[in-house]
Structure formats: structure tokens, C-alpha cells
Design a binder for this molecule. Structure first.
Ligand code: HEC
Length: 137
């Protein structure tokens, strides 16, 4: 091999390395995007993915969605004063910012917070849509 061929061989090798890393990065990006998308679905963190078009928007409808069966064993009136009474609209409203679910502890607590173990997706969605629609009684 002649020594003056070395720069050309070097450039060819470098081009190969660069194109390989390019491919790998785009693969990694695709993977991250896919995982992020799945995570959003799994955690309901993307509010745009929650379809509220057929949701009932009164406080009493939350009871049907599981609020009373899943939460009232602990959240009854007369329980620890610091915790919310889930059968009372006024009490629940102390944890709600009407119109903004993600700014409402009543939603964040069951979506990803300390109460999420007790809620299911039906109740979480119902609470989200109820708050988004204005948290009416
Ligand atoms: C096993 C008893 C128990 C069950 C079941 C339960 N909770 Fe709680 N919840 C508590 C206790 C105790 C607290 C206060 C301590 C805390 O914040 O973790 C609390 C706190 C909360 C808070 C206030 C959190 C804050 O940071 O102010 C909300 C909102 C709430 N619960 C909603 C719910 C909802 C909705 C359900 C039904 C899906 C539910 N909880 C089920 C015991 C329970």
C-alpha cells in the first residue's frame, strides 16, 4: 500500500463512521419518541389524549364512575379533618381549580399522586372531564 493513499482511505473510513452514527442517532430518537408517546398514553399525562366528548359533567356523575365505592371508605365526613369528604361537593371543591384539572389536587392526587393506587382509569377520566368542564355541582 502506498503512503499517499492513506488520506483517501482515512476519509472513506471517516465517512463510514459518520453515516453509521447518524443512523444510530435517528434510531435512538425514534425509540425515545415512541416511548414518550406510550408513556403519555399510560399515564394520561397528555391531557389532549383524554376525550371528554361523551363525558357526564356533574359532580353526582363521579359517584357512578366509582368515587363513592373507591374513595368513601376513607373519605367520609367525620374522618380526619384534614382529608377531603368525597361525598361533599363543597369539600371536594377545596381541592379543585375549576377548568384546570392539572392544577387540581383532586385530579393530580388520583392521576399520579398518593391516591392513584385507589383510582382506576374510568374514575380518573371522569374527574378530569368534570373539572375541565367547569366542576359543576
Ligand atoms: C385507604 C384510605 C383511602 C382511600 C381508599 C382513599 N384515600 Fe385519599 N387520602 C387518604 C388519606 C389518609 C389522605 C391524607 C394523607 C395524604 O394526603 O396522603 C388522603 C388524601 C387525599 C387527597 C388530598 C391530597 C392532598 O395532597 O391534599 C385527595 C384529593 C384524595 N385523598 C382523594 C382520594 C380519592 C379521589 C380517592 C378514591 C379514588 C381516595 N382518595 C381514596 C386516604 C384514602
Amino acid at each position: 500500500m502506498q503512503l499517499n493513499h492513506l488520506p483517501i482511505i482515512f476519509i472513506i473510513l471517516l465517512a463510514g463512521v459518520v453515516s453509521c452514527t447518524d443512523k444510530k442517532y435517528s434510531d435512538i430518537e425514534k425509540k425515545i419518541a415512541t416511548q414518550g408517546f406510550l408513556l403519555q398514553i399510560a399515564t394520561n399525562s397528555n391531557s389532549a389524549s383524554i376525550d371528554c366528548s361523551s363525558a357526564s359533567t356533574s359532580f353526582s356523575s363521579l359517584s357512578t364512575a366509582g368515587l363513592s365505592s373507591k374513595c368513601s371508605s376513607c373519605h367520609v365526613s367525620g374522618a380526619q379533618k384534614s382529608i377531603v369528604d368525597t361525598s361533599s361537593y363543597a369539600s371536594v371543591m377545596t381541592k379543585v381549580t375549576a377548568g384546570i384539572p392539572t392544577a387540581s389536587v383532586f385530579y393530580t392526587a388520583i392521576n399520579s399522586g398518593s391516591m392513584s393506587a385507589y383510582a382506576d382509569s374510568t374514575l380518573t377520566k371522569a374527574v378530569f372531564c368534570w373539572i375541565k368542564a367547569g366542576a359543576l355541582e
